[in-house]
Design a protein around this ligand. Structure first.
Ligand SMILES: *[C@@H]1O[C@H](CO)[C@@H](O)[C@H](O)[C@H]1NC(C)=O
Ligand SMILES: *[C@@H]1O[C@H](CO)[C@@H](O)[C@H](O)[C@H]1NC(C)=O
Ligand SMILES: *[C@@H]1O[C@H](CO)[C@@H](O)[C@H](O)[C@H]1NC(C)=O
Ligand SMILES: CC(=O)N[C@H]1CO[C@H](CO)[C@@H](O)[C@@H]1O
Length: 213
């Protein structure tokens, strides 16, 4: 029998997290979770998934959040079980969406509205008390659209669920759906807000938040 070893290139396996952030998989990161408003985290983390292409961060974020609270259709690959997948979500969207391109905040809001109600908050209007909703009910969840540069990360416009808020540290837990780049990270409210405040060149509008459920 011949064994094939796939070469592992260490330098391409996850990027160093920004020094301004605290990774969830550290003692500090984990104790911040315990002390946080994390009701949303409990439901979303079990469905948290990797974006299946570099363009599908918004669709992957919705897929994780939908599985946390919304009845799902059956994707033939999991028949007979009902479960949201990035493919079934795009398939059933009532708005046209080119999977080769990422979405703007407005476009992801329109896709969400095909399935459930959503409130959009523009970056400049984001306040700390919005994140209290992360503990409101087990069906309230938040997705952020931010510029990675504002978090000292590699890349540009991105979507990911925000699953917990630690009021003691004033930090938010970003469940980054580009799991091949970054682990879940605690980032400060100020950094996240400024990363949502600049204009998205694709829409000419600021980025911001979607509040679902
Ligand atoms: C956290 O996870 C990343 C990615 O797997 C890893 O590189 C890092 O060493 C982990 N940190 C700790 C403290 O285990
Ligand atoms: C997408 O829709 C087509 C046509 O209805 C269907 O045949 C296919 O199984 C769907 N795929 C998924 C992943 O839901
Ligand atoms: C957050 O919600 C959980 C689950 O309902 C509850 O146990 C906890 O006390 C809440 N935390 C705060 C600070 O309201
Ligand atoms: C990294 C950091 O600042 N962690 C602090 C967050 O707040 C908790 C209290 O909830 C402190 O114990 C941590 O040191």
């Amino acid at each position: 029998m011949m064994l094939l070893f796939v070469p592992l290139v260490a330098s391409e396996f996850l990027l160093p997290p920004p020094t301004t952030s605290v990774p969830l998989n550290t003692s500090a990161g984990f104790s911040m979770l315990v002390n946080s408003l994390h009701r949303s985290y409990r439901q979303v983390s079990i469905h948290f998934t990797t974006q299946q292409t570099q363009a599908l961060c918004g669709i992957a974020s919705l897929t994780a959040v939908f599985n946390a609270f919304l009845p799902a259709p059956v994707d033939p690959i999991y028949q007979p079980y009902a479960y949201w997948t990035q493919n079934s979500l795009m398939n059933l969207s009532c708005t046209a969406h080119d999977p080769s391109f990422g979405s703007t905040l407005g476009q992801l809001s329109d896709i969400t509205k095909c399935f459930t109600s959503v409130e959009t908050v523009s970056g400049p209007d984001v306040t700390r008390d919005i994140f209290d909703k992360l503990n409101d009910t087990s069906t309230t969840h938040i997705i952020a659209n931010f510029d990675r540069q504002g978090l000292d990360e590699e890349g540009s416009g991105h979507f990911s669920p925000i699953a917990a808020y630690n009021k003691h540290n004033d930090t938010l837990l970003v469940l980054d759906v580009a799991r091949y780049k970054y682990p879940p990270l605690w980032v400060s409210f100020d950094d996240l807000k400024s990363a949502m405040t600049g204009l998205d060149p694709a829409s000419g509008q600021p980025r911001g938040l979607l509040i679902l459920g």
